[in-house]
Design a protein around this ligand. Sequence first.
Ligand code: SAM
Ligand code: SF4
Length: 326
Amino acid sequence: MVDAFGREINYLRISITDRCNLRCRYCMPETGVKNLGHSTILKLEEFARLVKVGTQVGIRKVRLTGGEPLVRKNINKLIADIAELNEIDDIALTTNGVLYADMAEDLKRAGLNRINFSLDTMNRSKFEYISRRDNLDLVKKAIFKALELDMHPVKINTVLIKGFNDDEIMDFVALSREYPLHIRFIEFMPIGDLLFWDKDKMMTSQQIKEVIETEYQLTPNKNVRGNGPARYYKVVGGKGTVGFISPMSNHFCSECNRLRMTADGKLRGCLYAKQEIDLKAALAEGANDEELKELFLQAIDKKPARHHFDDGWGEENRRKMFQIGG
Ligand code: SAM
Ligand code: SF4
């Protein structure tokens, strides 16, 4: 389905839970997080039904995210239900990796094609600082497990925060050279737990690229499979790539192909925009598939031309990243 700005919308990102087993400082406060109750969060069968309806408006790719999607019980069943839909040709997962290694085989068997891990540092005490949990070893194990299972491509999301992990840029590049891993440096956004946000902690993709180019030549690479806005580069001799996601410095909104669904069943056209369409209420009222399809069409129709992070530094967004799904 093509929206009002000529963009083909074919990608649905679903936050299947707002719960998480980490507490990354930029995303969630340590305590006092009020999670959605059982009656508020959508059931897995409801997500599956909505994906099916989504296929009628052109959804072809689905990503499960959160919160931490792997803390949601029976995620394999949801993946298997989505995998059964002929129209869906790609099911991906964004995870912090903590629970992945033990679940990896079942997830793959259910139909998971590929996976993105979030990893901001390879230093144990820094990991414990940023995520408030001592889980680095589990995440490393998870990444190697995904490589072993050939979950191609395996991507790593690294939020670059000046003064925290900018000294590890080259270590991440080295990782992409040694293993077939696609490291994506993400610009720090003013969304999430804004107590940790500070404009001065942000490094633009261009600045990160310039650091890398002091040692390596970067050659643009368009062969990494994905649906997102990352720009990838090959480092000479590298098995993987490095990529840059630049929500702050370079709007990629004109190429945005996605809708987002929150764990409580709200459909959003943009991570940042406040407009939401209430699918949960429609389900509660007994909406049929045709009526739900109409709501998807409304969401596509209302999808804004671009985000406005830079106009308000996030204050106006009621929801946090773990509630929308990054
Ligand atoms: N829990 C899963 C994980 O961490 O991969 C999935 C949800 S998490 C909200 C998705 C992504 O959003 C993660 O890669 C995380 O680093 C990123 N993220 C969260 N807050 C962010 C912020 N303020 N700026 C940039 N990226 C952020
Ligand atoms: Fe949890 Fe992901 Fe947010 Fe970290 S970034 S607190 S892992 S939802």
